[in-house]
Design a protein around this ligand. Structure first.
Ligand SMILES: Nc1ncnc2c1ncn2[C@@H]1O[C@H](COP(=O)(O)OP(=O)(O)OP(=O)(O)O)[C@@H](O)[C@H]1O
Ligand SMILES: [Mg+2]
Length: 393
């Protein structure tokens, strides 16, 4: 369950930064008076910038990046992050689609209503937030190019949908070979899903656009965004739609990475089954008002509490088992933090629930505290951007 390929370079660069561009104490402790210019410095500055995020709106052209790019291709959302003068810009679209049969009048309606779509095999593929609006109108679920963190084996056209969605967010780079870092999931602790296939296919596509694509583990991206003040030492946990991704990083080196193929979608499906409601309805109720710090008030919230408990239990059990079975755990003198990111960590009380359940586990490293990432839905994209900026030196 460890995966260190591709990171030697990052570690080297961040570590080298400690003795060259950055002062002792790590990259995050650099100040404007320190020596050293260029992209390393920009990456440090970008870490401190807050994220300004927006949904991709139809009718607006995709940007042509003129610098490194961070790309989070998640089961639920696709997010592109770019470094701007005073902020990190994140633009997102829903990783979903919906098809309608080809017809001249259908095309007119789609065009008139500013719907995001493309045509293929005599069907219109409506994508992103437009797909969600359509599905709501027809009272059906959207289709998803990804399932449990990977390209869905059930959707033959999944990759073309992802290509269209990425194309709605960014064009080819201004400078050929621009670094683009994209998120990939860790090997699943149990269950199926090929990281190698998923990563290779996306790399091929991003390379064909003129980028130099570099994969970053999603848990590591969380560490990069959130743990600069801790010398990039700690455990990043991204709780998304299809997966929870975990990375134990020591001085920016990802010592352990793994994932479990359960997250927000699993909670929606299981809670829905338990109370006889469609998962899509449960999802709306969950996002609109679930409060894990209060006792549940009805059947749906009772089911949601139960499956949140199960998910966190599963996550902690897997973490304990992976940590105990690996020989790679570094001897860390001081307790390390755990930082949670991703949409599934959003409900009030999620962090406290995690903290409480963590007390029943005996991990081989001591945990100082549990934190929530600053901007839960954009943590991965920002971390990927930092990686891209570091690599672009
Ligand atoms: N306010 C909220 N309360 C609870 N859950 C939420 C909230 N907002 C979003 N979510 C859930 O977060 C999940 C999506 O999170 P995120 O965008 O981080 O996933 P992703 O990165 O696309 O997926 P993954 O990393 O698993 O491939 C969905 O299950 C969604 O229902
Ligand atoms: Mg994610």
């Amino acid at each position: 369950m460890t995966n260190d390929k591709g990171y030697e370079n990052l570690q080297e660069k961040l570590n080298a930064a400690g003795s060259t561009t950055y002062p002792k104490g790590g990259p995050a402790s650099a100040t404007s008076s320190d020596k050293g210019e260029g992209l390393k410095r920009e990456a440090v500055d970008a870490l401190k910038k807050s994220v300004v995020s927006s949904e991709k709106s139809t009718g607006e052209d995709a940007e042509q990046p003129s610098g490194p790019v961070g790309l989070d291709i998640g089961t639920s959302h696709i997010v592109v992050a770019q470094n701007k003068k005073n902020h990190v810009q994140a633009v997102q679209n829903l990783n979903a689609f919906f098809t309608v049969p080809y017809a001249k009048f259908a095309k007119d309606i789609l065009d008139q209503n500013n719907v995001m779509y493309y045509e293929r095999d005599r069907q219109y593929y409506i994508i992103g937030h437009s797909a969600q609006n359509f599905a709501n109108m027809f009272n059906v679920n959207t289709r998803r190019p990804m399932q449990e963190g990977f390209l869905s084996p059930k959707e033959e056209e999944g990759l073309s949908v992802i290509e269209a969605l990425v194309g709605s967010l960014i064009q080819k780079p201004k400078n050929f070979g621009e670094i683009l870092s994209f998120s990939v999931h860790g090997d699943p602790f149990e269950g199926a899903g090929s990281v190698v296939y998923h990563e290779s296919v996306l790399k091929g596509y991003l390379g064909s656009l003129g980028y130099t694509p570099i994969a970053i583990n999603e848990g590591m991206a969380t560490v990069l965004t959130e743990l600069s003040d801790d010398d990039f030492t700690g455990i990043g946990v991204s709780m998304g739609g299809g997966m929870c991704n975990v990375c134990l990083s020591y001085l920016s080196f990802p010592v352990i990475t793994f994932s479990i193929q359960k997250a927000g979608d699993y909670i929606d499906i299981m809670a829905g089954k338990a109370v006889g409601e469609p998962a899509s309805r449960v999802k709306v109720m969950k996002e609109e008002g679930l409060d894990l710090s209060q006792n549940p008030k009805d059947r749906v919230s009772t089911a949601l509490h139960i499956f949140y408990d199960e998910l966190i239990m599963n996550l902690l059990e897997s973490l304990q088992r992976v940590m105990i079975s690996t020989e790679k755990i570094p001897k860390i003198a001081t307790p390390i933090p755990i930082v949670l990111s991703g949409g599934t960590a959003m409900p009030k009380g999620c962090k406290e629930k995690f903290e409480k359940m963590l007390r029943n586990f005996n991990l081989p490293v001591e945990i100082s505290d549990v934190r929530l990432a600053d901007d839960l839905l954009n943590t991965t994209a920002k971390g990927a951007l930092i990686m891209a900026m570091t690599e672009a030196v």
